[in-house]
Design a protein around this ligand. Structure first.
Ligand code: FAD
Length: 390
């Protein structure tokens, strides 16, 4: 089957679906090619947080704050429940060294306009009555929110289909060529799409799409493992993370891991109650290629620290474990924008552990770039070319 469309989006994760939706909203015709089922990648194997507190102070935090504002109206806009909730978030602090690190981090975040503060043990224990008593302080932000990634993807997909999007599942993109001003994207099952523009939104696999064109897109899979509990009543007022989680995400060298094994698996602690009442407990940051298995040793460490930080969790059953591939870049920031020397080629990938949170804002910005509308100087620092300058 050969189609003619304005834009071909490669990848049916949250980023591809969001970008397709905003393109359709701008009046473009769109085909989306996905190598497996929709949500085949990280977007269905992840936590559910719009966690502003974990965002790198700078453009990523600014975009996350804008994305949160978009999320507030997204259910109504898409006409579907996306499981959006605002419970706030706390990063629990075990000792003075962690406190110093978090004070510096919070100061920077506040300078970008984030509503976050350090609170003492009284506030911590009031909001988290089951947290370990040795904790010395915590951060608190009332704005941290969450969304159900599966509902979010389904909502973008349904609206996209309603607006005329052509979706091809089980259609891996295998070849891309250019003739004159037009691109031709060839996928499995004899599907080909002739188009003016292409958006690469293939998550951790985006480098493989780049290779089809001889373009180096430096995105690698960063494996994360999560344990999921049975449905239980809330055990605290907000969701929680540790200072070690923030360090493992941004700069592990500032906070030494507790053991060589923790370092090997990039252990952090995230603890969030999904909208259905199951707790999602994570996670690791592993350099393990595309091996998607969960393993007993890493999950055991995740659970050991859960019992250490929240002893009450000893009594709760784990019903499932999952692993996913965060699309990671060298500097931890996403790659958003056009690609030098390839007119009509765009990328929306590399969002590491922030892709759910950043999906609406990224989709909207990339759609505007494709349409040649809007003003995007502020996101130039996220362009792919930043890696060729190094
Ligand atoms: C353990 C864990 C916890 C996380 N927690 C959070 C969180 O709390 N909040 C948050 O915001 N983010 C979180 N993330 C990150 C988030 O999941 C990702 O950033 C986001 O899902 C990336 O979306 P994506 O669409 O770019 O990639 P993906 O969801 O991986 O989608 C890429 C798609 O491209 C497809 N594809 C690949 N190659 C081809 C090809 N050749 N042809 C066609 N299609 C192709 C894949 O099959 C896949 O469906 C977490 C991730 C993990 C692993």
């Amino acid at each position: 089957m050969n189609l003619k469309k304005d834009v071909c989006v490669i990848g049916g994760g949250v980023m591809g679906l969001a970008t397709a939706y905003y393109l359709l909203k701008s009046g473009k015709t769109v085909a989306l090619l996905e190598k497996g089922e929709v949500g085949n990648g990280a977007s269905s194997s992840c936590d559910d947080m719009i966690l502003l507190q974990s965002k790198k102070p700078g453009i990523v935090l600014t975009l996350a704050m804008e994305s949160l504002e978009m999320f507030k109206g997204l259910s109504d806009e898409l006409g579907a429940d996306i499981g959006f909730l605002t419970l706030g978030g706390m990063i629990i602090i075990e000792d003075e060294k962690q406190l110093k690190i978090m004070e510096d981090f919070v100061k920077k975040q506040v300078s970008y306009g984030l509503d976050v503060e350090i609170v003492g043990r009284d506030v911590l224990f009031k909001k988290q009555p089951h947290v370990a008593r040795y904790m010395i302080a915590s951060t608190y932000s009332p704005t941290d929110s969450q969304v159900n990634p599966m509902l979010l993807m389904r909502a973008f997909l349904r609206r996209g289909i309603d607006m005329g999007m052509d979706l091809f599942r089980y259609t891996p993109v295998e070849e891309i060529s250019k003739s004159g001003d037009h691109w031709k994207v060839m996928g499995g099952n004899d599907v080909s799409v002739e188009c003016d523009s292409i958006v690469i939104a293939a998550g951790a696999w985006s480098g493989q799409i780049g290779q089809l064109l001889g373009i180096d897109i430096p995105i690698r899979p960063i494996k994360g493992q999560i344990a999921i509990t049975e449905q239980i009543a809330p055990i605290g007022e907000t969701n929680c993370w540790t200072a070690a989680y923030i360090a493992s995400k941004h700069d592990p060298s500032i906070l030494p891991y507790k053991s060589e094994f923790d370092r090997e698996i990039g252990l952090g602690f995230s603890f969030s109650r999904a909208s259905e009442g199951n707790y999602l407990i994570g996670s690791t940051r592993e350099n393990a290629g595309f091996d998607k298995t969960t393993n007993f040793k890493a999950i055991s460490r995740i659970l050991e620290q859960t019992r250490q930080y929240f002893p009450i969790m000893n009594k709760v059953n784990i019903i499932r474990t999952i692993a996913g591939f965060r699309p990671g870049t060298k500097d931890g920031s996403p790659i958003i924008g056009d690609i030098d020397g390839y007119p009509g080629l765009f990328i929306a990938a590399g969002h590491e552990g922030d892709g759910i949170a950043l999906s609406p804002v990224t989709g909207k910005i990339v759609a505007e770039m494709v349409c040649g509308t809007g003003e995007h100087k502020r996101v130039e620092e996220l362009n792919l070319r930043r890696f060729s300058n190094n």
